[in-house]
Ligand binder design. Structure first.
Ligand SMILES: [Zn+2]
Length: 358
């Protein structure tokens, strides 16, 4: 098959399509062309991204390639970073100056009052000072409005903040609900880090759209609760690699798989950027170990996130009229080998090659 992309959009797919003159062609015998992959949980939070507005292009290109382009990602969702810097980075990618995926960002997350996660202690004081910790519903509305004014696309709430390795502080439901209502009023999705039963209850009661992780403390999260989440059209991003060394990993995998079995939507995401090892293999292995087939995993990378962001009419599939975002693999994931998803030959965004393997 041949895929023709014109002006950033797939024009034709077929055995003998009309080939426009003067078009760049890529020959890829035996390759597998899939819709561009999403990673719906990343962070541009490592110090190497600082001063993104002024960094040399080749340095940003290299960093972007290592972290995302080489894994086939054509869209990423940054679920928390120094938003001002991420917006500067996004501007340079959007203009075509830096080669990278489309960036959707939550900017600065909202935390429960006086309860920042302990693992963010490593961040510099000036970054921590920017983190929103609304004490009232009215404060939460102001924080959401400020984030939107700063150019952030979605809202991220810590409905359960891990303040120490053995203690999780939930956000007040009234505060979370005010933030969600304000976000929804402006058609923004709300992602939550819920952590445990209590934090997940807050996320459900507040009307959150996406759990950015499978809750890592699974106890008490029963099937009734999962069914309620599905009734509210909630999405879960499993991030199983993040938990792969936890004693509780089998339960976390089981919870994500049960959600899928019951008809809940799963979307691919790995916490890349918080995890400084960018290799995606472990996530694919964990998803397959959980019980998901290659079609399920492919949907998590393509059609499911497009649905979540209400973009199904324009992306997620390889067919005419869709965005010219392709992830081209050298190995067919239908083989059943989970690592096939990592054998990226080309990453193409809007008809432009942003990464090619040698
Ligand atoms: Zn994260």
């Amino acid at each position: 098959m041949t895929v023709v992309i014109r002006h950033g959009v797939i024009a034709e797919v077929g055995k003998h399509p009309r080939m426009p003159r003067d078009i760049e062609t890529i020959s890829c015998q035996g390759c597998v062309a899939l819709a561009g992959f999403w990673n719906a949980h990343v962070h541009f939070m490592e110090p190497k991204w600082n001063e993104a507005a002024n960094q040399p292009v080749d340095k940003l290109d290299r960093q972007m390639s290592e972290m995302l382009n080489r894994s086939g990602f054509t869209t990423v969702v940054d679920t928390g970073s120094d938003g001002e810097n991420t917006v500067a980075l996004r501007r340079r990618v959007q203009s075509g100056e830096v080669l990278g995926p489309r960036i959707i960002t939550a900017g600065i997350p909202l935390f429960p009052a006086h309860a920042l996660p302990y693992y963010l202690d490593v961040l510099p004081a000036d970054v921590k000072a920017k983190m929103a910790q609304p004490e009232t519903a009215a404060d939460a509305i102001i924080d959401v409005d400020n984030n939107r004014a700063a150019g952030y696309d979605i809202v991220k709430l810590f409905t359960g903040s891990i303040v120490s390795p053995d203690h999780i502080t939930p956000m007040k439901v009234s505060i979370a609900r005010a933030a969600v209502e304000e976000a929804h009023k402006h058609e923004q999705l709300v992602f939550a880090h819920s952590s445990n039963l209590e934090g997940t209850k807050v996320a459900i009661d507040a009307g959150v759209d996406v759990l950015a992780h499978t809750p890592e403390v699974t106890s008490g999260i029963d099937e009734t609760m999962l069914r309620r989440m599905i009734a509210q059209h909630m999405t879960i991003i499993p991030t199983l690699k993040l938990f792969s060394r936890d004693d509780n990993i089998a339960n976390i995998r089981g919870l994500a798989f049960r959600y899928h079995q019951l008809g809940g939507r799963l979307v691919y995401g790995t916490d890349t950027g918080f995890l400084q090892d960018y290799d995606q293999s472990e996530e694919f292995r964990q998803l397959v170990q959980a019980g998901l087939g290659f079609r399920d995993v492919l949907a998590m990378l393509t059609t499911a996130p497009a649905e979540l962001f209400h973009l199904s009419q324009r992306e997620g599939k390889v067919m005419p009229g869709m965005r010219g975002d392709l992830t081209i693999l050298s190995e067919d994931p239908a083989s059943g080998r989970p690592e096939a998803f990592t054998t990226v030959r080309y990453t193409i965004r809007g008809g432009k090659v942003i990464w090619r393997s040698n």
